[in-house]
Structure formats: structure tokens, C-alpha cells
Design a protein around this ligand. Structure first.
Ligand code: 5AD
Ligand code: SF4
Length: 363
């Protein structure tokens, strides 16, 4: 590298080569990167951590992603869908715990029943919370009309991970058929941005066959698209899925965690005001994974507030740590865990992406 590391760390725009260099740092140099990202985050966004109460609405899914424990072909999964009462009960827990926002997540379904029910639930949640709860959706690929219906009903943020921006890799981790199209995935993200959602995307880190160059391209994609929120976390092999057979060729847990931290840190330098989630998967592979991601530049946490019975059926990857958490327990311990790393959980606020809000004002 021609430039000294210290000098590179003062930049916001990086070449692909510089990104590869930053993502390859180890030891003290890696720590320098993480410290710089934390400093940038504190300067732009303070030490606030925003919450999204996660409601796992249904594990029914039309897709067969090769990495996911909810894929359609796994017949051992007990498929459920929460009732209206159960969802509203979760929303009430969020209100009671002073979470400013909820995130409604589900396996992918595109039937009219599902679309209508979600539309209805969004309106209901808005109604029972006096319009106070922010609503993030994470309900997969839909057509533009559906995205618009849900937006008009009151959802204002949407998360759809691209999973990887390398098309070849995309088809190594998804079946190559009409239901799993890389182009459709990109078009969906563009549609969400067009409609005016605060749009979030992200990738899995440490996938079989994934290179540092791939990850560098992922970061450049987030920047090019002016994404408002990013959620990225380590890939965790699930024994009932086809990708499990590659478990021995992926980097070990510590390496995947370290790469996740570097990805978050570099993106924080590139996009200082976006929202970045500390993914639950961090905690699954590292006891302090959640804190480590926050200290690398993430500023959002999604505590699980789903009913206890359904949590054990929503195992995207094995040993999901939050299966053990109850909402309230989680909330108490969250305050403590965040204050132990000098961060502060913000209650009763939507916690919108500052990057997004500023762009809206400019328009
Ligand atoms: N390991 C880590 N993350 C996973 N996801 C799905 N399966 C896994 C896995 N085995 C992530 C995907 C998806 C999100 C809902 O969960 O990125 O978008
Ligand atoms: Fe379904 Fe999402 Fe899992 Fe793919 S990642 S199988 S779309 S729940």
C-alpha cells in the first residue's frame, strides 16, 4: 500500500484495492481500523443504540436457499404462522418495554392472503400504538405493488439482504431456478429504494467460496445504492441444509467474527450516518459478538420479542442464542451489557437512519 494505514483510515471513499487491504488487516492494524470506526460512529451518531423488537411472524417459506434452516424442502420443520392476536400481543410487549420500533420478519410468501394479512397487521399495529411504533419489514421478495401497499399501510423501513453481490456466488448458495433470481433480488432492492422505504440490505460473511474481493464489492454496492441500513453477519452452517457439506472449507468462527467486525468498521468509515445492525448471528458464534459489533461501528440491536413457543421453530441457523431470551430479560441485560461498553440504549424512539433523514430533507 502506498499510503500509510493511518492516512487511509481518514478517508471515506476507497478503491477496491484499498478495501481488500483493510479487510485483510490483522492484529494491531485491525484494531486500529476498529478503533477508528468507533471514533467515527461516536462523532456522527453518539453512543446511542437503537432497538427493533423482532417478531418472527411465520417460518413458512416458498424458497429453498441452500443455507437456511427454514428452506421449503426441510420437512422436519414444524411450520407456523402467528395469529393476529399473537402479533398484536408482541407489539404490546414492544410498547410496554418502550421499544420505539418493531421488525416483522417471515419466510417468503407471495399469496394474496399473506399480503392482505400483513397490510392489515401494519395498520393495526399503528392503531394500537397511536402511530408511535416504527415498523420495519423483512418479508422477502415481493412485487412493487405489494411493497407499495405495505408502505402506504404504514411500514417505513424494509430489510432485504442481497446475500452477496457476486452473481456466480449467489448461484452457489441458491438453486438456479425462477424462484431464486439474482436479477429479481437486485430489482426488489431498487423498487424499495424507489418507493421511499428506508431500505436495508446486507450480506453473509464467511460463505463457502466467498473471497475478500467479493466482500469489497459488497461494500461498494452499499455505497453506490446509498443504502440507509445494513445488516450483515457471519454465515453459520446448518446441518439440515445443502451448504453444510462445506463447513470445513469456511474460515473458523473467530475468523468469520473478525471479518464481520472489519466489514462493519470499514462500512462505518464509508457511510458514517447509516444504521447498522449487530446481527444475532454474531452472538451465536461469539459470546460477546453483539458487543463486538457495536464496538466496531454497529448501532442497532434487534431483541427477539416473538412468542416463546414459536422461537424454537424459527431456526434459520442452529443454536440461535435468542431462543433462550425472554423479551424483558433481554431488555434488562441489554441495558447492562451496553453500558458496560459505554453505550446507551435509546427507548421510545424510531431511531431512523440519520443518512436517510438528511437525504429526505435535501430533496
Ligand atoms: N447463517 C447465517 N445467516 C443466515 N441467514 C439465513 N441462513 C443463514 C445461515 N445459515 C440470513 C440470510 C437471510 C436472513 C434472514 O438470515 O442473510 O437474509
Ligand atoms: Fe426462506 Fe429467507 Fe430462509 Fe431463503 S433465507 S429459505 S427466503 S426464510
Amino acid at each position: 500500500m502506498e499510503l500509510e494505514l493511518n492516512e487511509i483510515l481518514t478517508k471515506q471513499n476507497f478503491t477496491k484495492q484499498e478495501l481488500v487491504y483493510l479487510l485483510s488487516l490483522e492484529g494491531v492494524d485491525m484494531q486500529k481500523l476498529l478503533d477508528k470506526a468507533l471514533e467515527v460512529k461516536l462523532r456522527y451518531l453518539d453512543n446511542n443504540v437503537h432497538l427493533r423488537g423482532l417478531i418472527e411472524y411465520s417460518n413458512k417459506c416458498r424458497k429453498n436457499c441452500l443455507y437456511c434452516g427454514l428452506r421449503k424442502n426441510i420437512s422436519a420443520v414444524n411450520r407456523y404462522e402467528l395469529s393476529e392476536e399473537e402479533v398484536l400481543e408482541c407489539a404490546k410487549i414492544a410498547i410496554k418495554l418502550h421499544y420505539g420500533s418493531i421488525a416483522l420478519q417471515s419466510g417468503e410468501r407471495q399469496d394474496e392472503n399473506f399480503i392482505e394479512k400483513i397490510e392489515y397487521l401494519i395498520k393495526k399495529i399503528k392503531e394500537i400504538s397511536d402511530n408511535k411504533l416504527g415498523i420495519t419489514l423483512s418479508l422477502g421478495e415481493q412485487n412493487e405493488d405489494t411493497y407499495r401497499r405495505w408502505f402506504l399501510a404504514g411500514a417505513h423501513r424494509y430489510l432485504l439482504r442481497i446475500e452477496t453481490t457476486n452473481e456466480e456466488l449467489f448461484y452457489k448458495i441458491h438453486p438456479r431456478d425462477l424462484s431464486h433470481s439474482f436479477q429479481t433480488r437486485k430489482d426488489c432492492i431498487d423498487a424499495l429504494l424507489n418507493i421511499g422505504y428506508q431500505t436495508g440490505t446486507g450480506v453473509m460473511i464467511g460463505l463457502p467460496f466467498q473471497t475478500v474481493e467479493d466482500l469489497a464489492e459488497d461494500l461498494l454496492y452499499f455505497k453506490r445504492k446509498e443504502i440507509a441500513m445494513v445488516g450483515m453477519g457471519p454465515f453459520i452452517p446448518h446441518p439440515d441444509t445443502p451448504l453444510y457439506k462445506f463447513k470445513d472449507i469456511i474460515p473458523p468462527n473467530e475468523k468469520r467474527m473478525a471479518m464481520t467486525m472489519k466489514m462493519i468498521a470499514v462500512l462505518r468509515l464509508m457511510m458514517p450516518e447509516i444504521n447498522m445492525v449487530s446481527a444475532t448471528a454474531n452472538q451465536t458464534i461469539d459470546e460477546f459478538g453483539r458487543e463486538k459489533a457495536i464496538l466496531s461501528g454497529a448501532n442497532v440491536i434487534m431483541p427477539n420479542i416473538s412468542p416463546k413457543q414459536s422461537r424454537k421453530e424459527y431456526l434459520i441457523y442452529p443454536d440461535k442464542d435468542t431462543v433462550k431470551d425472554s423479551g424483558e430479560w433481554c431488555s434488562n441485560s441489554l441495558d447492562n451489557r451496553m453500558s458496560s461498553i459505554n453505550h446507551k440504549v435509546l427507548y421510545d424512539e424510531w431511531g431512523d437512519s440519520v443518512a436517510f433523514t438528511k437525504r429526505q430533507i435535501k430533496r
